[in-house]
Design a binder for this molecule. Sequence first.
Ligand code: SF4
Length: 495
Amino acid sequence: MQSTVIARPVNTAMGKRRKLSPESVWDYEAVLKAFEAVGAAAIHVPRMYSHLVKHPGSSWHDVPEFPKAAIAALDAGFALHTTTVLEVQRSRDGSTTKLLVRLQDGLQVEAVVMEYDNTARYSGTEEPPPTPQQLPEPELGTGDDDGQHEQEQTTAQQQQRTQQQQQQQDDDDDDDEAEYFDAVCSLGEALGGRKKHVGGRRSTLCVSSEVGCAMGCTFCATGTMGFTADLTAGEIVEQLVHARGVSTIRNVVFMGMGEPLNNYEAVRSAVHMMTDSRFFALRRRKVTVSTVGVIPRLLQMADDMPGVSLALSLHAPTQELRQTIVPSAKAFKLDRLMAALDEYQRRTKLRVFVEYVMLGPDVNCTTAHAHQLGALLRGKDLLVNLIPWNPILSPSMAFAAPEEGATAAFHRILRYEYAVNCTIRAEKGQDISGACGQLVLEHGGRVASGDGTGGSTAGGTGGACSSGGGKLADVEDLLAAPPGVKQQAAAVVVG
Ligand code: SF4
């Protein structure tokens, strides 16, 4: 367990300064700047992204009627991929695929894809499901558009898009919360009795936002590494580009390596790219940003990323306990965090997901803790996800699994004594260390050197900032993947 912590709550100036050359074409702001510098009209930027997203493997040279100045600018300073998939690992049950991604300067991160289907979603209940009256109300989704480009469109286009969005919302609104279970928590335990989703399989990508992490959460493999560097927006988006070669991605969770709100601008830009209807067009509610509670950024997120889901990694019901598990809580105290959460919800009107790693022996998972947590969260529009600690995954850490029955008892107290929406996570992909907090350990926990020869990985996810979903369907998918994935087809580990 890590005892010394370097809290880096907001300041992102520490760590390795990185300037990519060439830059990633998926870095929206950088591309905009390049267009501006050569006098190319900005309107061609979304046209290019629309083409690249619709035609994986194509380049800006293939975009119809693309200005020569823009092509020259991109040729001079940008690449379709600045990252390479070094290794693709697939879990034995086929549900999880882990991508080891090498950055341009040799640093490495991991992205995890988990795939869920309808049957898996409703399995694994540990007690009878709650009655329909006890189920959380479905939330209304939000639009996918930022509004900044709506003025560019004609009224007819807007109407058509509105109809399409409404249709999609009609299809999906009932399942917003279910998607979260699929994406982040897993079980249908709290979904029993609800209609089954008819959309078939859906995949979730868990992305990393930093190499290492400064927050030092004591249960987290990434937290033991310290902070090395921020990823650029383009490097974050490239994880999605690579993952699309593995599976169709419907959800993205910023729960991989790093505290996303410590790399705020890159995360904001990447989220914009992922959710804008001209680009990847993911529904905002299906993109989840996780944080241990960087309060100023959390409130900024409410304004900058409207409609995007927030997951708060709480892990303790009191300030005293929390600062021993999540050291950054010394800077962002629990009372201020809960007030910020209230303000966030006042501004966004969105349900917030709360991550709670159940750490034994009795660290934060006794019935007394459950009552404290229930009292803290009672009356709030939250969904608590209990994550039982699995010591097999991180044997070097001084935690144990919760005692038998402790998680179920904890759940019952929250749900039935305090009316707090709550579910229990079942891990996926454990045999490839694709579950919470393990990725870095498998590769030795060292950060690769800048020359790319340092070996090991910077990948890794914390119990809250972690986990993803999806599987590698078959080799044909890899063959249709972008170059970075395709060339690694031989590295697939089939469990
Ligand atoms: S749990 Fe998240 S915030 Fe905490 S150290 Fe791990 S990656 Fe960082």
